[in-house]
Design a protein around this ligand. Structure first.
Ligand SMILES: Cc1cc2nc3c(=O)[nH]c(=O)nc-3n(C[C@H](O)[C@H](O)[C@H](O)COP(=O)(O)O)c2cc1C
Length: 187
């Protein structure tokens, strides 16, 4: 299996960044292929511009978008990893989806409605929160709907795992280690 992990975290020393490294090592150790795209490290421009729209219309996809689309094409499984910021994903990841999951690449409009173009890929999400998972149940449920229905199913991807790890800044190192262990067990 080919896994593409897209991480949106500005701090390379954060829990989320360690989780991504551990997940990568785990996937390689079990004989799978893996790539990490770190949006802050590559300086991905998340603003979908009017130039982008005219480029898409003329079939001239901007190079930074094309690069990311090649990674998506390569992958069987795309995993988004991010800290929850104001109940959703950081703006840089939202902008990545706006620009990379473009019409013509990720979906098309037909006489019969929307046709997702990224099947049979799977899509997963790993999120960390400041709030405990107990307090955040309602928000997690809402976020699951956005990831599965609004993003993955729209582009023809099969929603796979949606993992939430709560109270990351307040729990002990042991609990944080158990979160990473759980991620490895899930994949
Ligand atoms: C801008 C910003 C917004 C945040 N919004 C939320 C939020 O809506 N809900 C929540 O539970 N935690 C929120 N947090 C806390 C982060 O989700 C939490 O610190 C992070 O997931 C911990 O993982 P990390 O150590 O890898 O950053 C926010 C943090 C920041 C910086």
């Amino acid at each position: 299996m080919k896994h593409l992990t897209v991480i949106a975290h500005p701090n390379p020393e954060s829990f989320g960044s360690s989780l991504v490294k551990e997940l990568y090592n785990h996937l390689i150790d079990k004989g799978d292929e893996a790539h990490i795209r770190n949006l802050y490290q590559t300086g991905f421009n998340p603003v979908l511009s009017s130039e982008d729209f005219s480029s898409f219309a003329d079939n001239r996809t901007p190079n930074d978008i094309k690069t990311e689309q090649e990674y998506i094409k390569w992958a069987d499984h795309v995993i988004f990893v991010y800290p929850v910021w104001w109940g959703g994903m950081p703006a840089i990841l939202k902008g990545y989806i706006d620009r990379v999951f473009a019409e013509g690449f990720a979906y098309e409009y037909t006489a019969n409605g929307v046709n997702g173009l990224l099947s049979p890929r799977k899509g997963s999400v790993i999120c960390t929160t400041g709030e405990s998972s107990e307090n955040y149940k309602k928000i997690h449920d809402a976020m699951r709907v956005i990831s599965s229905e609004v993003i993955f199913k729209f582009v023809g991807m099969e929603p796979y795992k949606q993992l939430f790890y709560g109270a990351v800044p307040s729990v002990s190192n042991e609990v944080r280690a158990s979160y990473i262990q759980n991620v490895k067990e899930e994949f």
